[in-house]
Design a protein around this ligand. Structure first.
Ligand code: NAP
Length: 445
């Protein structure tokens, strides 16, 4: 371990960090270009992230003027690391090569390795010459919107940028490493009442759900709205539940086990549907959907909350979209950010147009939305759904768990943090939020 990273772990001052030399390489989790075809002919569910994700040393390039080197204390697993590791729907090297063609600084990303990871909490080690608002020693979390501020289309809403990217998925040197490279406009203050790993899991999923359900750019929830949330104890779903409750809405959470249902109830989601127990068969065969089953879901929702949902929070995709469009109330909105079970979607358009419903696409969040979503975490109004923690060497195993839906909430990964529970500085706030509330997912896992 290098001197500067030892110093970070020991909580050294900014002056000490500034006086120590920067390493020229870092331990990191990466996939290799040479492996891009390794799962050819293998079914998606059998593609194994443990075989494609490697942990080793990679060279660190120089930082651009608007970037920082971040000592990563903890990171997390997102579904995008699963996609990268199984090379679906495309190997991510194409994204890196495209970025490589944009500029001299972009060229640093086009490597034969791709360091993955779109979340981090940590300490700033160095700042580029154009960084104004952050300094060495600052304790931060990161959001993953990697934007081009010279693109005019970025300037109303940076998610509209024509070459907007996700850090650690469409760029290199992501968060699953001891040192990563982060643009200054991705940085946010670390919540002081949380440990490194609790603080590291929120950036991507919390911001995504915030844009979908709170921001005017999504389908903002208002008092009394009924919101159906698929995968309500998963990564984005567990934040979605909390945002709906905070906005005065009523979440109806869909999960797949009694344990997950109990966890959601403890989070404050009174109405829960166990889809396994209900055994919905929305598809009678791979080409035919079953309207009677959509109707059965609708009836179950009305049985719980007395009305059709104003908003459906969609992401499973092909397996559920037909049902989601059907059950949404007249004039309501289906807001979608993904298609885990398949992106070629089918639904009955008559139910959409005749009942004046809207399907709204959403993708991650701009800096403002991410900052506001992080502020709710800093205030303790949203708690991190951390359910398990792995060491950096266990990233493949952790991604395997997420790939096979064997996890709840979020999985944290320790990078430089030597053990769990470190990094908390505001114990009074932690007490006010409540240890029990902060550990709901950990206790139920
Ligand atoms: P996650 O932690 O794996 O949670 C997803 C949950 O969805 C699962 O726990 C599962 O819950 C439920 N689910 C999975 N397949 C389903 C199916 N066929 N039918 C019904 N429910 C199903 O993943 P996540 O982090 O929440 O991400 C979910 C998706 O959103 C992923 O595809 C991810 O790539 C995408 N995403 C997109 C963005 C964006 O910015 N566009 C951001 C974050 C995530 P139960 O088994 O309990 O029902």
């Amino acid at each position: 371990m290098s001197e500067i990273l030892d110093a970070v772990r020991a909580g050294a001052t900014a002056d000490v960090l500034a006086s120590l030399p920067m390493p020229t390489s870092t331990r990191a989790v990466f996939v290799r270009r040479q492996d891009a075809d390794m799962f050819a002919g293998v079914a998606s569910e059998d593609k194994d992230p443990r075989k494609s994700l490697h942990v080793g040393e990679v060279a660190l390039p120089e930082i651009a003027p608007d970037e920082v080197y971040l000592a990563v204390m903890a990171s997390s697993i997102n579904f995008n690391t699963v996609w990268t590791s199984i090379f679906e729907p495309l190997p991510t090297f194409g994204f890196l090569d495209r970025l490589g063609k944009e500029s001299v600084w972009g060229q640093r990303h086009a490597q034969d390795f791709h360091v993955v990871g779109s979340d981090a909490s940590g300490v700033i080690l160095r700042v580029g010459s154009a960084v104004r608002n952050w300094k060495i020693g600052d304790v931060v979390t990161v959001h993953c919107n990697y934007l081009d501020d010279q693109d005019p289309s970025s300037h109303d809403d940076s998610m509209m940028g024509s070459n907007q990217r996700i850090w650690g998925f469409e760029t290199n040197f992501g968060g699953l490493a001891d040192i990563s490279i982060v643009k200054a406009n991705q940085l946010m203050p670390k919540p002081t009442h949380l440990s490194w790993e609790e603080a590291a899991v929120n950036g991507l999923c919390n911001s995504t759900s915030y844009r979908m359900l709170v921001s005017a750019n999504g389908a903002p929830v208002t008092q009394g709205d009924k919101v159906l949330i698929w995968g309500a104890s998963g990564g984005i779903g567990s934040y979605a539940v909390q945002h709906v409750l905070n906005s005065g809405g009523t979440p109806i959470g869909v999960v797949s086990s009694p344990e997950k249902a109990a966890m959601l109830r403890e989070l404050g989601c009174e109405h829960v549907i166990d889809r396994k127990e209900k055994n919905y068969q929305f598809w009678s065969d791979p080409h035919t959907q079953n309207e009677a089953e959509w109707r059965r879901l609708g009836k179950d929702i009305r049985g719980l909350v007395g009305a059709d949902p104003d908003i459906v929070f969609e992401h499973p995709g092909r397996s559920t979209m037909g049902a989601s469009v059907f059950v949404t109330k007249r004039g309501g909105t289906i807001v979608t950010c993904a298609a885990t079970s398949g992106y070629m979607i089918e639904y009955d358009n008559r139910h959409l147009w005749m009942k004046l419903k809207t399907i709204k696409g959403s993708h991650f969040a701009n800096y403002r939305e991410s900052w506001d979503a992080n502020a709710r975490i800093c205030e303790g109004l949203v708690v991190p759904p951390l359910s398990a923690v792995f060491p950096l060497e266990g990233t493949g195993e952790a991604a395997f768990e997420v790939h096979h839906n064997r996890h709840e909430g979020k999985i944290g990964v320790l990078c430089l943090a030597e053990s769990e529970g470190l990094g908390i500085t505001d114990h009074a706030l932690r007490e006010r939020v409540g240890e029990d509330r902060l550990t709901i997912f950990r206790r139920h896992a």
